[in-house]
Design a protein around this ligand. Structure first.
Ligand SMILES: N[C@@H](CCC(=O)N[C@@H](CS)C(=O)NCC(=O)O)C(=O)O
Length: 212
């Protein structure tokens, strides 16, 4: 099994899951910021040009954070990474979808790659966090998303309950971007991020990625 990843990307959540599972795996680092994921040879592996990308032992390729996370959870049931009960599973999927689709896909993506969003005029793309800019819009979306999730984390230490699940791996990667983008996390999400960093698997991956 091999995980393709890039510095500062959401792939860190999948790397954490691989460490939590504790079975052998390989990794390959890509210069995602420099565009390596969008050209050959990587596009021959994942034409979407995105990390995380997981190549499994049978050579098949799995893409999309939640698909990879769900597959890892279901193939390692003894680790309890995805609740078995319908309510717990639905809450985990709910968190994954919101982090990936809204906070990441709508919010942080505008901050990281404003040129891929409308409006395409120079003013809106280049005024940084100025009013009306794409980046500012993204920041507001992220802050609104975090504000919605924060009360949930006042009820339990992990994203959907008392134990670590794949929903925590997703929430973690988004929380980790907040200080890098000068976004102040609400109190319960900051506590969750701090809690995540105390997990040996998370600490190990952050050291491997050379990130704090
Ligand atoms: N929907 C995808 C999104 C993955 C994604 O956006 N990955 C980013 C890094 S966090 C990436 O590879 N970007 C490279 C690019 O778009 O050029 C998923 O959930 O896995």
């Amino acid at each position: 099994m091999k995980l393709y990843w890039g510095p500062h990307t959401c792939a860190i959540g999948i790397h954490v899951l691989l460490e939590e599972i504790g079975k052998p795996y390989a990794t390959e680092k890509l210069d995602v910021a420099g565009g390596a994921s969008r050209k050959p040879p990587f596009t021959g592996i994942n034409p979407k040009g995105k990390v995380p990308t997981l190549v499994r032992d049978d050579g098949s390729v799995l893409t999309e954070f939640s698909a990879i996370a769900t597959w890892l959870a279901r193939t390692n049931p003894e680790k309890g990474l995805l609740p078995d009960d319908p309510e717990g599973e639905a809450r985990a999927v709910e968190m994954l979808a919101y982090v990936e689709g809204t906070i990441h896909g709508q919010g942080f993506a505008r901050m990281f790659m404003p040129t891929r969003f409308e409006p395409q005029d120079v003013v809106h793309q280049t005024v940084g966090l100025g009013a009306g800019s794409v980046k500012r819009q993204g920041k507001e979306m992220v802050e609104a998303g975090f504000a919605i999730l924060d009360p949930l984390l006042s009820r339990h230490p992990y994203a959907v309950g008392d134990t670590f699940t794949i929903a925590d791996a997703a929430l973690f990667y988004a929380e980790r971007w907040a200080p890098q983008q000068k976004i102040t996390l609400p109190i319960n999400l900051q506590a969750h991020l701090d809690r995540m960093k105390t997990r040996p698997a998370v600490a190990k991956v952050m050291e491997l990625w050379d990130e704090t």
